[in-house]
Design a protein around this ligand. Structure first.
Ligand SMILES: [Zn+2]
Ligand SMILES: [Zn+2]
Length: 392
């Protein structure tokens, strides 16, 4: 089965919707305009229920098939994320971001549009038996909007047996699908290290306790955590991304501040890595007579693990849609992370990647979502739902 014809007929409309979202990016938990447009469209489409303000700015539209509502076993959830990034867009063109410093650089404008395209088609046809919840989630980019929606009672209010997600993927052909069973995206969080010494004149180091060489020693030592202290067969990343100290060439600063991120595919390993980091920080600081504070951020995203059966099902749907040659079940896991993982802790889930062609990478100021995917993605969502909840 190629793309759904009635969705292909709506391609111009979907492109307009997508480019309008692109023009008006909103950061995590500020997606008020986006959420309002989504809710209004779902109501216009004749949805059976539209609820807003879930987990902040989240929206869930509920659609029943021809034979009425399904119970939890005959209900599924499809999820799109809505937020943009604090990036200054470098693309020019008619639908460039109108808000300086904000940009849809991860394609969530497209994710929303693909799900709306499916919503429109399915509200017209209703060729399924049960209930589909269309979940539009805030704050994927570091704000854990998925967790906020779950904490706000998502699965009590919208019972379902499984949840499905999709992300566009630059570097792979448009209309191709990429997935794998098991871990597909890494666990991720952040750490911060505050060092306090004794500042003073740059020419009198002996009268000071300099936090800069202590910080440099910590940066070097953290490179050994993955290289020397974790199993080489278990992927992990420790990256120091910030190091701030001092303002003047002739002053030894009183303090230094470092920060970074840890990625892995295993929560136990993740905790071990943090133990290693903290031990190194404390002992190196002690050796330099520097006071150290170590903070692990509460913003933890678990690893995203695809359920085996849900993945096999989604790959079948994609193969029917795009042809077996365009569907790959062995995509390499990425050290990027996704808060879709929070749904996967609760329900059988599958997170699939859809090729976005030869665009700049995700989070790049010249990135753009490929509008042909509006049709491919909406067709995938519709085919998935109709097959998961077949009409009797
Ligand atoms: Zn992103
Ligand atoms: Zn994203």
């Amino acid at each position: 089965m190629p793309v759904v014809n009635s969705i292909a007929d709506a391609a111009d409309q979907l492109r307009e919707w997508r480019q309008d979202f692109h023009r008006h990016p909103e950061l995590g938990y500020e997606e008020h305009r986006t959420a309002e447009i989504i809710a209004n469209r779902l109501r216009e489409m004749g949805f059976d229920g539209v609820e807003t303000g879930i987990g902040g700015t989240g929206v869930v539209g509920t659609l029943h098939g021809r034979s009425g509502p399904g119970d939890e076993a005959r209900s599924i959830m499809l999820r799109a994320d809505m937020d943009a990034l604090p990036i200054h867009e470098l693309n020019d063109g008619p639908y460039k971001s109108t808000t300086d410093g904000k940009m849809h650089a991860c394609g969530h404008d497209g994710h929303v549009t693909m799900l709306l395209g499916a919503a429109q088609h399915m509200a017209r046809t209703r060729t399924f038996d049960g209930t589909v919840h269309f979940c539009f989630q805030p704050a994927e980019e570091g704000g854990a909007g998925a967790k906020a929606m779950i904490d706000d009672g998502l699965f009590d209010r919208f019972p379902c047996r499984s949840v499905y997600g999709m992300h566009n993927w630059p570097g792979q052909p448009v209309g191709s699908f990429h997935c794998r069973s098991g871990p597909i995206m890494a666990a991720s969080d952040e750490f911060r290290i505050n060092l306090k010494g004794r500042g003073g004149h740059a020419a009198k180091p002996d009268a000071c306790l300099d936090p800069v060489p202590c910080g440099a020693a910590i940066v070097q030592a953290l490179q050994t955590v993955v290289a020397r202290r974790t199993n080489p067969l278990s992927p992990a990343v420790v990256t120091v991304t910030t190091f701030q100290a001092g303002d003047a060439y002739n002053v030894i600063p009183e303090t230094a501040h470092l920060g970074g991120t840890v990625r892995s595919f295993n929560s136990a390993l993740h905790n071990d890595i943090y133990d290693q980091i903290e031990r190194l920080v404390r002992q190196i600081a002690a050796a330099h007579e520097i006071e150290a504070e170590f903070e692990r951020s509460a913003k933890f995203y678990p690893e995203t693990v695809n359920d085996e059966d849900a993945t096999a099902f989604c790959l079948d749907v994609a193969r029917d849609l795009a042809g077996a040659d365009n569907v790959h079940d062995d995509v390499e896991p990425t050290m990027g992370s996704e808060d879709f993982s929070f749904y996967a802790l609760e329900k059988p889930c599958c997170f699939i990647l859809i090729g976005n062609g030869d665009t700049a990478g995700l989070h790049h100021p010249r990135y753009d979502f490929d509008d042909r995917n509006n049709v491919w993605g909406a067709s995938y969502w519709s085919a998935l739902a109709e097959r998961a909840l077949p009409s009797q």
